[in-house]
Design a protein around this ligand. Structure first.
Ligand code: SF4
Ligand code: MG
Length: 322
């Protein structure tokens, strides 16, 4: 597989010197391969959204490197960045907040196309009509305004807008979390179809493992600004290798034919991200924690092919010399 996005030591800090500084994203190394959907999971406040936004520079990183198709785009500016930006798009949780109520749906969807690609208007019009058809709203929707649509339909508008400049990579940040459960599956199926038809690469952010399971090829788990586990979807759902992943998965209802998993309660709240615990940052909530965990921070380590874990005692047989 060919890397599309490569993050190296990516860091995002909030807050100034002297004050409360939150390291929202802490030295993340992550590769997203062409054509895959990577599910980024974790509790709210763990830095998933910030990492997603920083990957496409909607939020500027404080440190580290972003490579897109091998080229360093971390500090790209001007016309070159505008071109790259067109290829890296975002779908947000609440499209309503970002859809201008006074503009027509056609204008809203066309906007990134006109701005980022400088597409002539007649051509933009054709692209918008086709997109509105593809997302199931129909081109007639173009003359209406956002408030005339339901939540699920508005998310379809948000998706059409993100796809208008023909991106190669889309960050979808909790795209169905604000929707009724009955509508969630429709929007997920639409996204899955669009990914397949357009050969899109996607970073799909969600706190909901049940949703991620339907769409992701691989899973990355975040905790307090760090990636703590990366695995294929099947490996992860067969049994996470990190105690945090194990606890997260144990809280997802299983299908009736599957063996019942023991439910593992996560004790305590997410620690203050401005003052993460020493050693393994998960030690305050880990049921396997020992003294070493309180002082020595584990590195993200490959424990099997395609499988990385940040834990001194991964829940897997570790291959190689003992
Ligand atoms: Fe738990 Fe220790 Fe592993 Fe951290 S390093 S997840 S505290 S067992
Ligand atoms: Mg978020």
């Amino acid at each position: 597989p060919t890397p599309l996005i490569e993050l190296e030591k990516l860091r995002v800090d909030f807050g100034g010197s002297g004050g409360r500084r939150v390291r929202a994203v802490r030295d993340v190394d992550l590769t997203i391969y062409q054509g895959e959907t990577l599910g980024l999971v974790g509790e709210s406040g763990c830095g998933k959204s910030t990492l997603g936004r920083a990957t496409v520079r909607v939020t500027e990183p404080t440190g580290g490197t972003i490579r897109y198709l091998g080229a360093d785009i971390t500090t790209l500016r001007g016309a070159h960045f505008r071109q790259t930006r067109a290829e890296l798009q975002m779908v947000f949780q609440d499209p309503f907040g970002s859809l201008n109520p006074r503009r027509t749906v056609a204008d809203i969807v066309a906007e990134p196309l006109l701005r980022a690609r400088r597409t002539p208007r007649p051509e933009a019009r054709r692209i918008v009509d086709d997109l509105l058809d593809q997302v199931g709203l129909g081109r007639e929707a173009g003359t209406r305004r956002p408030h005339e649509f339901s939540g699920g339909q508005r998310q379809r508008i948000g998706i059409a807008r993100a796809l208008a400049p023909a991106p190669t990579f889309v960050v979808a940040d909790e795209p169905v979390s604000a929707l009724d459960v009955s509508i969630q599956a429709q929007v997920i199926n639409l996204l899955a179809d669009l990914i397949r038809e357009r050969g899109l690469t996607m970073l799909f952010i969600s706190h909901d493992l049940g949703v991620v399971r339907h769409i992701a090829d691989r899973i990355a788990v975040m905790y307090l600004g760090e990636i703590i586990e990366i695995a294929s979807r099947d490996d992860f759902f067969a049994g996470p290798a990190h105690p945090y992943g194990e606890a997260l998965l144990s809280s997802v209802p299983t299908l009736s034919r599957q063996p019942r998993r023991e439910r593992i309660e996560l004790t305590g709240d997410l620690p203050d991200p401005a003052a993460p615990p020493a050693g393994c940052t998960f030690h305050t909530r880990c049921r396997y924690a020992v003294d070493r965990c309180r002082t020595e921070a584990p590195a993200l380590t490959e424990v099997a092919a395609g499988r990385q874990v940040r834990c001194h005692f991964p829940l897997l047989p570790v291959k190689g010399p003992a």
